[in-house]
Design a protein around this ligand. Sequence first.
Ligand code: PAF
Length: 281
Amino acid sequence: MQTITALDPLRRAVAALRADGPLALVPTMGALHQGHLALVRAGKARAAHVAVSIFVNPRQFGAGEDLDAYPRQLARDSELLAAEGVSLLWAPDAATMYPAGYATNVSVAGVSEPLDGAARPGHFDGVATVVAKLFQQVRPDIALFGEKDWQQLAVIRRMARDLDFTRPQVDAIVGVPTVREADGLAMSSRNAYLTPDERVRAAALPRALGAAAEAIRAGAPVAPALAAARAALAEAGFAAPDYLDLRDGESLAPLVRAAAGARLFVAARLGKARLIDNIAV
Ligand code: PAF
């Protein structure tokens, strides 16, 4: 596996890989877990080579968020990726990604606005900007993202279509199902912020979401099903959720009753960790 930190060698390396067949990109912020490795494996199944980027992107963190605390473990991540047969690790620093005078922002209207867009103003501009830059830099044939960040996936799909990063008819932005711990908690680099006791209680989140989805699917009215989920989260020690909503999985428009493509979305804080999850209804 080549590890590259500057743009010129990156361009040469990706040209050589692309000459050998399709190239998949897995963008990450590092602190890799099995969810990321599932993205790498899905990339390997679809392309001749997989490139992984590791960049903790300051533009997607708001003031007072966890940019400084975000786990950074490049040596360990690099070993994990080499063992998975990744061809290229792209690990630029902030000055390479955003040189002095950098002034361009990519903003996706609509799907960026509700849920995490409302709870974390500017977050999806930061995500869309860095992913657009990564697509320009690596020029992958496909890119893989986890469905745990469902709204992020919707934002990136919209941006890739709008800015012609992908061709119509080609499913180049691939969503990979959420990888969960044995108790159902979605894998996330931010789970590291949970104390051992909080880690046990965190399983209430996927449990509450699953119970609400099942009730709604079985015909229960939405509001009481969501109220029961809120109560279960409060009992487990979560703060009031930033959101706990039933929405259309594609447009992210709010729904008042179950419909084809409906999903439940939640973001809630437990101690220092802000956990997000979503599930099909
Ligand atoms: O999902 C992430 O880890 C990040 O939001 C991404 C897509 C790598 C952009 O920084």
